[in-house]
Design a protein. Structure first.
Length: 155
């Protein structure tokens, strides 16, 4: 022990920081979900993502894309589809030119795209809850990336 405390060790050890990279979108993902994946990853801290979180985030982005496509079809055709039903002619008047015309009959069914839209919305809600428990924010207001991102003083 020296006059002012313990003597320093002969060599000081320098701890090198571990570099953590942001995850990339999985291969084969379409462009729209890839962009959402990158926005969400960039809006969260680097150490937020482990293997399980990346898989859940990729599934969330794919579900969002499927919901987007289904919503486009629902907007195009509506939530309910009208189908014309074939009604066979009455055999007694078949071939008679003076026979009254048979009125058209219709059935109404749910648009299958509407069901897909509901299912993907439900899956997105489940995945979003699980991601939030892991510390990942998928909220669109927090995901919007500032144009000043990466500058020394972000504003």
């Amino acid at each position: 022990m020296g006059a002012r405390g313990p003597k320093p060790a002969s060599r000081l050890a320098v701890i090198k920081p571990k570099t953590v990279k942001r995850p990339n979108p999985p291969a084969g993902m379409e462009q729209r979900p890839r962009n959402l994946f990158k926005k969400i990853v960039n809006a969260n801290t680097v150490d937020t993502f482990d293997a399980e979180t990346v898989v859940m985030l990729a599934a969330f982005c794919d579900m969002e894309h499927q919901r987007y496509l289904a919503a486009k079809k629902v907007n195009e055709f509506g939530a309910v589809i009208q189908n014309e039903v074939y009604v066979p002619p009455d055999l007694a008047t078949f071939g008679d030119p003076d026979a009254p015309e048979i009125p058209k009959q219709y059935t109404f069914t749910e648009n299958p795209w509407y069901k897909i839209m509901k299912e993907t919305t439900s899956s997105m809600a489940t995945l979003s809850t699980k991601l939030r428990k892991k510390g990942v924010s998928t909220d669109k207001s927090q995901v919007e990336v500032s144009s000043r991102k990466g500058l020394m003083f972000e504003g």
